[in-house]
Write a protein that binds this ligand. Structure first.
Ligand code: GLU
Length: 486
């Protein structure tokens, strides 16, 4: 049994949260639960240029919606608060001082113009080791100020030693190598630490035992390992999860894929349990044999880093649709109706009255069999929530009609007007007797015009059930309105 592990997810609030944040949270949380440890949410907001104000709230909301709860975080507190890096600026300063005093870091006054020129020159010359040329190393402010490309507010850079280790042990990948870094900025001119310094200091102070993050951070890890060494701190374990990929193997990006945005899944009407289950299967085998459906607890019970496949998993929305359908059908009708109401409350598209919610509950069984996304519910059931006079006949509805349609509607209206008891069964019996048997018209043409009159379209949930839900008055009014247009 592994001792209790402390893991964290450390998103930067730079916009709509990326689906990778949920993916990382899921795996981090699983291992924390498996070992009886803790899962921490830390907000890495030191990049003020990319900061987006409501992004942090979106991170909280989407991870909560997915039921990936954190034990410690900016909103819930914890023994290592604050959990927002912008509130920890005083914490980083002594570490910078320590590195400056021991000569493992130095001030750099190079202006951004000089750095830009340097980069361009290095590209032109195709030099093998690009990066900062150490112009400021060993110089006092006065010495440096006498040279061109000077700015008043210096940054602090770490001095990468010649013997800097360039490989590290990854618990998923084994030995991993990364290119030699140049002298990284650790403290910016605005007094904010860079990601590299803040992540190391915070992971250390917060007692993080396993740093689990995306593959894109592999090249940063030697910088972090070096910082731990320079500061004389113990190094945590590292694991780098594969990047999520599109079906064409390209990397999922928020710019190109709507599905890279975590809120997109909620807007589309996916159930959180379906998305969670889907993420569990990315680069990770099904919990048992071929069974892809599994609870989070089942996932946790068998969790092991060695099962992670390092080949970038394909983000296949068809699989997610399938899982969503599965989870929709495992809900009771009442639960499904509640989820549908919640969905539209979230998107702001529909605010039903109590009566409408009641009607939706009764109508849910008519659509639950085929529903893939919650957002399809209203499309299918809109006719129930539309006033009789507001029913619009779809353009292609003509395909359900022919010369017999007026006769069909007349016979149906007469039969239904006399019906003593209004239920699915009595409606069906009466209509079959009046139209199919009475007029000798095939069911397809007998019921097509009725469906169009009741719902406005050729395709709809089951007709007789729909009429029962609408009630006699409303059904007859719709059929008569439609008859008048023919
Ligand atoms: N702030 C980084 C991010 O936005 C965290 C990377 C890490 O987990 O170290 O992903």
């Amino acid at each position: 049994m592994t001792s209790p592990a402390r893991l964290r997810v450390a998103p930067s609030p730079t916009g709509d949260p990326h689906v990778g944040t949920a993916y990382m949270s899921l795996f981090n949380l699983a291992f924390a639960r498996k070992t009886g440890g803790q899962f921490v949410l830390r907000i890495e907001d030191t990049d003020r240029a990319r900061y987006v104000a409501d992004s942090e709230q979106q991170i909280f909301d989407t991870l909560r919606w997915l039921e990936l709860p954190w034990d410690e975080g900016p909103d819930v507190g914890g023994p290592y608060a604050p959990y927002r890096q912008s509130e920890r600026l005083d914490t980083y300063r002594p570490y910078v001082e320590q590195l400056l005093e021991s000569g493992q870091a130095y001030y750099c006054w190079c202006s951004s113009d000089r750095l830009k020129e340097l980069r361009e020159q290095q590209q032109k010359d195709k030099v093998s080791q690009t990066g900062y040329d150490r112009l400021c190393l060993g110089k006092t402010r006065e010495e440096r100020a006498a040279m061109p490309g000077f700015t008043e507010n210096p940054v602090v850079r770490m001095l990468i030693p010649d013997d800097a280790p360039l490989d590290f042990a990854d618990i998923i990948r084994g030995k991993v190598s990364a290119p030699r870094p140049d002298d990284q900025v650790i403290l910016k001119a605005d007094g904010f630490p860079t990601y590299h310094l803040a992540v190391v200091v915070d992971d250390h102070l917060m007692g993080i035992t396993h740093v689990v993050r995306g593959e894109e951070w592999i090249s940063s890890t030697p910088k972090h390992v070096l910082l731990y060494r320079m500061l004389g701190l113990p190094t945590p374990a590292f694991a780098h999860m594969p990047l999520l990929r599109n079906t064409d193997k390209s990397k999922i990006s928020k710019r190109k894929n709507p599905a890279a945005r975590l809120t997109w899944f909620r807007e589309q009407g996916y159930l959180p349990e379906a998305l969670r289950n889907f993420l569990q299967l990315l680069a990770y085998p099904p919990v048992e044999g071929e069974t892809e459906v599994a609870t989070f607890d089942e996932f946790v019970a068998g969790f092991d880093w060695t099962k992670v496949n390092t080949v970038g998993p394909i983000f296949d929305l068809k699989k997610l649709d399938w899982l969503n359908g599965h989870y929709i059908r495992s809900l009771s009708d009442a639960e499904l109706a509640d989820r549908i109401v919640e969905h539209y409350a979230y998107t702001g598209e529909w605010t039903p009255t109590t009566d409408e919610v009641e009607l939706l509950r009764r109508a849910t069984p008519l659509i639950s069999e085929r529903l893939v996304l919650l957002s399809e519910a209203l499309d299918k059931l809109q006719f129930l929530f539309t006033p009789d006079a507001g029913i619009e006949i779809a353009e292609d509805a003509g395909k359900a009609l022919n010369d017999d349609s007026p006769r069909v509607l007349d016979a149906a209206i007469d039969a239904l007007a006399e019906l003593a008891d209004w239920s699915t069964a009595t409606i069906e019996t009466a209509l079959r007797a009046a139209v199919v048997d009475g007029l000798g018209i095939k069911p397809k043409f007998a019921f097509g015009p009725l469906r169009v009159g009741i719902t406005g379209s050729r395709v709809s949930p089951p007709l007789f059930e729909s009429m029962e839900l609408l009630g006699r008055e409303s059904s007859l009014r719709r059929l008569r309105n439609f008859r008048d247009t023919l």
